[in-house]
Design a binder for this molecule. Structure first.
Ligand SMILES: NC(=O)c1ccc[n+]([C@@H]2O[C@H](COP(=O)([O-])OP(=O)(O)OC[C@H]3O[C@@H](n4cnc5c(N)ncnc54)[C@H](O)[C@@H]3O)[C@@H](O)[C@H]2O)c1
Ligand SMILES: O=C(O)C(=O)C[C@@H](O)[C@H](O)[C@H](O)COP(=O)(O)O
Ligand SMILES: [Zn+2]
Length: 358
């Protein structure tokens, strides 16, 4: 199968290579200057990390595999501090490199470890979940969680390259694959309606890594992300659209102590944002119905407990899009027409939540 390369523009442009058996692209991204390469990988994925280590060793690097906890548990300050100690022990200098292998949690952690070590060393990312391929590994947002909130500590640190080997997706748990579809659908809702049509025409196929349109869905979502972050790396404005659904989603993740899949939370959050826009007279009801239908069709949730509202409302206050005490939401005025809703009143916020509450 041939590969496709998506270029991400910005201060330091880089490539996202998508295909099967594409690890050969890694050495050029890591570069000749790196003597030591730290391969930070999810502990449960040694068989995926092994070929990464192998390809880099054959390219002449001294490679160290550094396992970290699987999933969201990796995005923790103690895990990050452990990596700093390992980097110190390996004598890593600014010409050395970090390679992150795993889902979005692992690439967020590895990226932040690279951003913070010596104030910044190169990071190359090898995402192994759908969500990490289409979203987390692209764009340079890195970070960890703290008990007070999701991704509250981090840095913008674009990778030197991203390699998406589609072969890795076959071992993903079904719910983890479906979680990634939420970010794919998000890309469709904010920018590329063809994504929505592909999912709506064959939701069962969209929910499998061997589906007929998997590659096109991934490529389209990566192109949406690349286009946005290439124009606005540091989220001065445009990039906020990638946060569609995330204001409520991050509050749900915090309430669930980060044991709730990110994509599942984003699915609920996007329906909430759609309900908000509808109640504010900006989005027709039929488009809210379309949100629910497309997300439900692939097995994503669209509702959450009614009793959770006070805690969720409190958690939304420190969303990164807030300015002072003013909450700001990404909303849609139509499909692929993102806008902002600033300082909605409390009755509107609560009324929209009642529409997603179960
Ligand atoms: N930086 C960004 O721009 C950005 C964008 C979107 C999401 N994120 C973050 O990404 C995280 C979610 O990422 P995720 O959905 O990939 O979840 P994840 O990283 O938690 O991975 C889910 C599970 O799948 C396992 N796994 C990974 N690859 C596998 C494979 N090929 N086969 C079998 N198992 C595999 C992981 O070890 C983990 O247990 C969240 O922390 C979210 O905040 C970041
Ligand atoms: O890349 C972005 O920008 C996004 O907002 C993408 C989101 O899917 C992602 O979950 C991101 O990590 C959320 O960022 P945050 O700034 O709200 O923590
Ligand atoms: Zn997200």
């Amino acid at each position: 199968m041939t590969s496709v390369t998506v270029r991400v523009e910005g201060p330091d442009p880089y490539d996202v290579v998508i295909g099967t058996g594409v690890l050969g692209a890694l050495p050029a991204m890591v570069g000749d200057r790196a003597r030591t390469v730290a391969v930070v990988h999810a502990a449960g994925l040694p068989e995926i990390a092994r070929p990464v280590v192998g390809v880099l060793e054959r390219a002449g690097h001294t490679v160290h595999a550094l396992p970290v906890p699987d999933g969201e548990a990796a995005k923790d300050v103690a895990v990050l501090a452990g990596l700093w100690s390992r980097f110190a022990g390996l004598g890593m200098t600014r010409t050395d490199a970090v390679v992150g292998v795993g889902g979005g949690a692992t690439t967020d952690l590895a990226g932040f470890a690279a951003a913070s070590w010596l104030r910044g060393v190169p990071a190359v990312l090898v995402p192994t979940t759908l969500l990490a391929m289409v979203d987390a590994a692209v764009g340079g947002k890195t970070g960890i969680n703290i008990p007070e909130g999701k991704n509250l500590v981090g840095a913008f640190h674009p990778p030197a390259g991203v390699v998406c080997d589609l072969a890795t997706l076959v071992t993903l748990e079904r719910d983890d694959y479906i979680s990634g579809l939420a970010e794919v659908v998000k890309a469709g809702l904010i920018a590329d309606p063809r994504i929505l049509e592909l999912v709506e025409d064959d939701p069962e196929g969209a929910a499998r890594p061997d589906g007929p349109h998997t590659r096109e869905l991934i490529e389209r979502a990566v192109r949406v992300k690349a286009g946005v972050v290439g124009a606005d790396l540091k989220e001065a404005g445009l990039r906020e659209i990638l946060n569609y659904g995330h204001t409520l989603a991050h509050a749900i993740e915090k309430a669930e102590e980060y044991r709730f899949r990110h994509g599942h939370a984003v699915a609920i959050g996007m329906v909430y944002a759609a309900e908000l826009a509808c109640l504010a007279g900006r989005l027709p009801e039929k488009e809210v119905d379309r949100h629910r239908a497309v997300l439900t069709s692939v097995g994503l949730p669209t509702s959450y407990g009614a009793e959770a509202w006070p805690a969720l409302r409190a958690a939304m206050t420190i969303d990164k899009k807030s300015r002072g005490s003013t909450l700001r939401f990404v909303v849609l005025d139509g499909i692929a027409e993102p806008g902002r809703l600033e300082g909605p009143d409390e009755d509107l916020l609560a009324a929209a939540y009642r529409k997603v509450a179960k």
